[in-house]
Write a protein that binds this ligand. Structure first.
Ligand code: ZN
Length: 290
């Protein structure tokens, strides 16, 4: 029903997805449609995610998108984002294949609530994923999203095992998933099951849709950043004006390799292959100078 139906369309910094370790400093053409397989009462994008598919008509095609991607400025490829890409499967597949034929890269921003077989198929044509890990407990998933916790963890394992580029985002909601204990468990699990080099983005929540909890305090984000940083090498704080968790320090020697001020990106101490010039650590697998 939503094949070729576009809700949003923009040339964004890759950092906005957020992807911090995937061609930093470049752009990515970003598209989304309508609808979602979850019903998060805190959805930050509910105008498009919770909209009915009635009365929509197609406004683009895989070929059109691929042509545009090739001619877009400093563009590394295409991101499926804004709404949930797994419910847009056929259009995502047909378009991703065209993008790859053009020598560009494909990414997907998803809740990870998907069956094993379709995810396996998507691993064949998506290069990089940012998956929302909405909390680290079953009751949050049941009560606030209408989904389940375990299948999301299974997806994360499946993506990591396939060797695809993976970053994870957790939206921190005061009183719901903001305890130090929960972040300790989450970051430990990521480190042990997926790897301690997986970037984790802690994102600030704003009251939206049906939920009216207060905005996440900066102090909470700072605390959880320090908790997660004990288990993971690359932790970031997003949607925030604070200084914590903006830059990338080499996971081996600690040299700053990227400074970020908003979407202004400054790369330093990195060679042409994405390695730290101080210690040779391969910080960015996907890298060219912007
Ligand atoms: Zn280094």
């Amino acid at each position: 029903m939503t094949y070729g139906v576009i809700s949003g369309h923009s040339l964004d910094p890759v950092e906005k997805k957020p992807l911090y370790h995937f061609f930093p400093g470049h752009n990515i053409l970003s598209i989304g449609s309508y609808g979602c397989n979850l019903r998060c009462d805190f959805c930050q994008n509910w105008h498009i995610s919770q909209k009915s598919a009635d009365n929509l008509s197609a406004d683009t095609s895989p070929d059109k998108i691929a042509t545009e991607a090739v001619s877009s400025w400093k563009n590394v490829g295409l991101a499926f984002t804004y709404n949930e890409p797994v419910i847009w499967f056929e259009f995502v597949r047909d378009t991703a294949v065209r993008i790859k034929e053009k020598g560009l890269f494909t990414t997907m921003v998803s809740n990870g609530y998907v069956n094993r077989e379709p995810l396996k198929e998507m691993l064949g044509f998506i290069d990089a994923f940012n998956i929302d890990l909405k909390a680290f407990n079953e009751s949050f998933y049941k009560k606030l999203t209408g989904a389940e916790f375990e299948p999301v963890r299974e997806s994360l394992k499946q993506i990591a095992k396939a060797g695809k580029h993976l970053e994870i985002t957790t939206l921190i909601i005061p009183g719901r998933n903001d305890s130090v204990e929960e972040m300790e468990a989450e970051s430990k699990w990521i480190s042990e099951e997926l790897g301690n080099e997986i970037p984790l983005h802690l994102s600030r929540y704003y009251p939206m849709y049906k939920r009216n909890d207060p905005i996440t305090p900066q102090e909470t984000l700072d605390n959880l950043f320090h908790t997660a940083s004990r288990n993971l090498k690359y932790v970031y704080v997003g949607n925030s004006a604070g200084d914590t968790g903006q830059d990338t320090a080499c996971g081996k020697c600690g040299r700053i390799v990227t400074k970020r001020t908003g979407y202004n990106i400054r790369i330093m101490n990195i060679d042409t292959s994405g390695k730290c010039t101080g210690c040779g650590n391969h910080v960015y697998r996907y890298f060219t100078f912007p």
